[in-house]
Design a protein around this ligand. Sequence first.
Ligand SMILES: Cc1cc2nc3c(=O)[nH]c(=O)nc-3n(C[C@H](O)[C@H](O)[C@H](O)COP(=O)(O)OP(=O)(O)OC[C@H]3O[C@@H](n4cnc5c(N)ncnc54)[C@H](O)[C@@H]3O)c2cc1C
Length: 441
Amino acid sequence: MSAPSTEPPTDRRRVVVVGAGLGGLAAAVAIHRTGLADVQVLEAASKLGELGAGIQVSPNCSRLLIRWGVDKYLSNNVVLPRYGRVVRWQDGEVLSQAPMMPQIQEKYGFPHWHVHRADLHEALRKIVDELKIPIKVNAKVVSADVDGASVSLHTGEKIDCDFIVGADGLRSTMREVVLQGEEASPPFVTGDYAYRFTVPTDDMVDDPVLADCVQVPMAIGWWGPRMHVVGYKLRNETIFNVVTVFPDDGTMDNTYKMEGEIDHLRELYDGWCPQVKALIERARPGTVTKWKLMDLQPLQSWHRGKLVLIGDACHPMLPYMAQGASQAVEDAAALAQCLRHLPLSDVGSVFQQLRHSRVTQIQKYARTQRGKNHMLDGPEQEARDATMRDASAATRSAYAWSWAAEDGEPPKPWNEGLFGYDAEEEALKRISKLGYPARIE
Ligand SMILES: Cc1cc2nc3c(=O)[nH]c(=O)nc-3n(C[C@H](O)[C@H](O)[C@H](O)COP(=O)(O)OP(=O)(O)OC[C@H]3O[C@@H](n4cnc5c(N)ncnc54)[C@H](O)[C@@H]3O)c2cc1C
């Protein structure tokens, strides 16, 4: 990294974003908002959209989306959960129930949302359209020149630019460019698969077993040996999103997504409490998908030359903390500030410095949370449950970690470190601490 220059950049930059997932669209919006860049998004798929159903958006992410105006296109589609509840797998005992909304909004100034991924993607796309940022579909990037800055498509077309953002997800081609063969280890299996499906809430309200799940909006986690189930309402409370995580059964060796089998779901969760079994009975054939959950060895570097990776391309997150998309959006916000204030040659290294320890900490606890959700019944699980049942214990929350604060700040409770963070503000603070001149508006 060069010594900070005395002048912030003033030249307009052409930025290419590879990938139009949640991270790529967020990056396009955040970078456009700097007023200093002409952004173009390239997407390999022939149609824009998002697979899967629900996503939890915590206030560290909603504060950015609201600042960027995305909420106006979400309207009734977001659900505000009143509680986060953890339930024992076998008998349905409620082990803990922590308040979420409006307490989260009151404490952190921004809401926690449950939203359909397709709705969030669509809202981001509408902002992208409003800002007149072009998105090219059927544009699979196959290589990149990180010195001169250009990308080449599968069609042979070459697109010149000044900077490249690799937001091309877990199976990233841009990651291969950053690594250039060194330490390139492909994504590996975590040992878990997931089934995802939704149930209309109209089918649940009159069911004596399921009505309790939908009376008020909440996130419910049923925790059991080696498996768990999560459920919450989406789309103006009209559908109930269900994700079930269970051990790899070797049926997905050659794929990461396939149609799910309801009989297999029944078999897996036989012996679980009546609510879980009733949810499975409500799953409709043809609507259940089966996913392989993958992870990646930590990368030494997230950047090379004029290319920076964001989101799942460089730091996929296991879903136990529900932070993958939120962290991709935080990346987008921080990267935009780097592009706004730094010479291009320093953007990659400062971006990585800003983001690395935060996402590594979340990844670490997401992996630890897996063990906590999936404990085998026995003394350790009994101790875990006793703590969660004890309403007076500070550690009662399902996520009772301590946030190791950076930059000489003292450690904080987990939620404060995670939810109370403003990625744009933190980036600005750190950039100015490193001695770069702040741009005068
Ligand atoms: C079961 C499950 C539950 C989850 N729940 C949550 C949650 O509640 N909250 C949360 O925050 N996160 C959650 N996540 C994680 C979250 O979904 C991901 O971390 C996030 O969507 C990653 O976004 P991304 O934009 O980095 O990558 P992706 O969404 O993978 O987008 C990459 C895009 O790049 C395109 N692309 C790929 N290669 C190329 C190429 N060569 N050229 C051009 N385009 C290309 C792809 O087609 C795609 O559109 C969950 C994940 C799982 C599996």
